[in-house]
Design a protein around this ligand. Structure first.
Ligand code: GDG
Length: 480
C-alpha cells in the first residue's frame, strides 16, 4: 500500500526539556487537527523538526526523541543551532515572512541566510527520500520549505507532490524584488498541485510564473517541462464542532477565574461591552493600528467611556527578531499611554495580556465578547476570526474583520474594514456595539453555516482529492 508523507517545519508534537526530562505534548494547532484524518487513516508518516536542536540533544536523548516521534508515526529532521539562526529566524522569518506580507522595509536579503535555507531544505529532502517509495504521495507545507518539492521530484519523479502555502503570496511587483526568485519558483513547481488560501494569492503566483519564468499558463495550469502543475485555492477552515461544542459545554462548567472577572465587567454597567482581539505578537497582525483605532473611537464617541473594554491577547512570538522586540515595546507603550489617559477608578479601557492561554480560557474570551476585532494589516487566512464565529452558540456577537485577511474573502457578512482607516473603524465599532440582535443573528447564521460546511478536515480532504486527480494530468501530457 502506498503511503502519504506530510512535511512541515514543525512536527505535530511539542517536545521540550523540563527538569532534565523530555516532555511531549501533541500540538493542538489547526494544521495538526486538519491533517488528523490524512495522518491517522491508512499508511502515513509526518516529517518535521522536533523543536530541539542537535546541541540540546545528547546521544541518549536523541534516541529517546526518536522513540517518541516514531510512536506518533513521525520522523524528525535534525537541525543545529546555526540552522535555527540562519534558516528559521534568518531566511524564513527575516526574509520570506516580511516580503510575503508586504513589509519590504523589514526584508533582509542575506546570502548566508539563503545558503542555510537551501541546506536545510536539502536536509528535509534527504529525510523524505529515506522513507519514500515509488507511488507515494507527499504533502509539503509552508514558506520554510519552498524548495523541497523540486528536491524530491528530481530524485523521485513518480512521486505525487502537493504544496500548500499558509501565508499570502505577494503580488508580482513585490515578488520580483527577491534576489533568488527563479530558484524559489522552480522549487515550488516541483509539486504537482500548489495550493493557496485565496484566489488572489493563486493569481499572484501565476503572474510571477508567467512573467519571471515565461512559462505557459492555461487558466490554473502551468506547463512545466513534461508535466502540468495545477494551482488552486483551498481556504483553510477550523474544527468547527470542537469550538462550538466547547462553547456550549462551557455554559454549564465551573467558571474559571478569568470568566468570573469577565462576568464582573459585563455586570458592572447595564451596557458594558467587551471587544476582543487575539493574535500572535506579530507586526502583520496590525496590533498598534488596532489600539490607535480604539483610541480614536473613544475620542470620537466619548459616551462609550466606561462602557466598553478592549481585551487584547497577544501571544509571544519570534521574540529574538528585532522587529518583534520593537513591536512589543511599541505595544506596551501605546497601551500604557491610553490606559493612563482614559482610565477611571472603576474602568481600564484596555486589558492587555502578553502570554498564551490554555484553550479553556480562549473559549472564555470568545464567548464573553460582544465584538471581535480582527484587524491584521496582512494575513494569509486568520483562523481566530473563524473560531470566534464558531463559539457564538446563541448567534449573537459581531465580527469586525480586516479586508487584508484571507478569511475576509469567505466572511462577507462580517463588518469588513481597512485596518488603516481609523475613521471607518471607529464608526464600525459604534455600529457593532449598537447592532440590533436580529441583525447580529442573521449575519452569524450565514457565517456559521459556511464554516460548519467547510471545516479543516474538509480542507485536507479536498486538497488530497485534487492532488490525486493530478496523476491524470501527468498522463495527458505524456500521451500528447
Ligand atoms: C498562519 C498564518 C493562517 C492563539 N493564541 C492562543 C491560541 N491561539 C491559536 C488560535 C488559532 C491559532 O493559534 C492562530 O492562527 P491564525 O490563523 O490566526 O494565525 P497564525 O499563527 O499567524 O497562522 C495564518 C494560518 O497559518 C493557517 O494556515 O490562517 O494567516 O499566518 O487557532 O486559536 N491557542 C491557545 N492559546 C492561546 O493563547 N490554546
Amino acid at each position: 500500500m502506498n503511503k502519504t508523507i506530510i512535511v512541515s517545519n514543525r512536527l505535530p508534537l511539542q517536545i521540550k526539556i523540563e527538569n532534565d526530562q523530555l516532555e511531549v505534548t501533541p500540538s493542538v494547532g489547526g494544521l495538526a487537527t486538519g491533517l488528523k484524518s490524512v495522518h491517522n487513516d491508512g499508511k502515513s508518516l509526518w516529517i518535521g523538526w522536533s523543536g530541539l536542536t542537535e546541541e540540546e540533544l545528547s546521544e541518549a536523548r536523541s534516541k529517546e526523541v526518536k522513540k517518541l516521534v516514531t510512536a506518533a508515526k513521525c520522523d524528525s529532521v535534525s537541525l543545529t543551532q546555526d540552522d535555527l539562526e540562519n534558516f528559521y529566524y534568518g531566511f524564513s522569518n527575516r526574509t520570506l515572512w516580511p516580503l510575503f506580507h508586504y513589509f519590504m522595509e523589514y526584508t533582509e536579503f542575506d546570502n548566508d541566510y539563503w545558503e542555510s535555507y537551501k541546506a536545510v531544505n536539502q536536509k528535509f529532502a534527504d529525510k523524505v527520500l529515506e522513507h519514500l517509495e515509488d507511488g507515494d504521495t507527499v504533502w509539503v507545507h509552508d514558506y520554510q520549505l519552498l524548495l523541497l518539492p523540486k528536491l524530491i521530484k528530481e530524485k523521485m519523479p513518480n512521486t505525487t507532490i502537493g504544496f500548500f502555502l499558509h501565508i499570502p503570496y505577494p503580488s508580482y511587483e513585490i515578488f520580483r524584488t527577491f534576489p533568488w526568485r527563479e530558484e524559489l519558483l522552480h522549487g515550488m513547481l516541483g509539486a504537482d498541485l500548489i495550493g493557496f488560501h485565496t484566489y488572489d494569492y493563486e493569481r499572484h503566483f501565476l503572474s510571477s510564473v508567467k512573467r519571471i519564468l515565461r512559462l505557459e499558463v492555461n487558466f490554473n495550469e502551468v506547463t512545466y517541462h513534461d508535466r502540468i502543475v495545477k494551482v488552486d485555492s483551498f481556504p483553510m477552515g477550523i474544527d468547527y464542532d470542537k469550538f462550538h461544542d466547547s462553547a456550549s459545554k462551557h455554559k454549564t462548567d465551573k467558571k474559571s477565574e478569568l470568566q468570573q472577572r469577565l462576568d464582573d465587567h459585563i455586570q458592572s454597567g447595564s451596557d458594558a461591552k467587551m471587544i476582543l482581539s487575539i493574535d500572535r505578537m506579530d507586526y502583520t497582525k496590525g496590533i498598534p493600528n488596532r489600539i490607535r483605532a480604539f483610541e480614536y473611537f473613544l475620542n470620537k464617541y466619548p459616551e462609550y467611556k466606561e462602557k466598553v473594554r478592549l481585551i487584547m491577547l497577544a501571544v509571544p512570538s519570534r521574540s529574538n527578531v528585532p522587529q518583534y522586540q520593537k513591536l512589543k515595546r511599541d505595544t506596551d507603550e501605546l497601551v500604557g499611554r491610553i490606559n493612563g489617559q482614559f482610565s477611571t477608578v472603576s474602568w481600564t479601557p484596555i486589558w492587555y495580556f502578553y502570554r498564551s492561554m490554555p484553550f479553556e480560557n480562549l473559549i472564555d474570551l470568545y464567548t464573553s465578547s460582544h465584538v471581535a476585532m480582527i484587524t491584521p494589516v496582512r494575513d494569509g487566512m486568520n483562523l481566530v476570526a473563524k473560531e470566534y464565529v464558531a463559539t457564538r452558540t446563541e448567534q449573537d456577537g459581531v465580527l469586525i474583520l480586516s479586508e487584508m485577511a484571507g478569511a475576509s474573502k469567505e466572511m462577507n457578512e462580517s463588518m469588513l474594514i481597512n485596518p488603516n482607516n481609523f475613521e471607518h473603524i471607529a464608526d464600525t465599532i459604534k455600529y457593532a456595539l449598537e447592532m440590533p440582535l436580529e441583525e447580529q443573528k442573521s449575519r452569524m447564521k450565514i457565517l456559521q453555516k459556511r464554516l460548519k460546511r467547510y471545516t479543516v478536515e474538509k480542507w485536507a480532504e479536498e486538497f488530497m482529492k485534487s492532488l490525486h486527480a493530478t496523476k491524470h494530468l501527468g498522463a495527458v501530457i505524456v500521451a500528447n
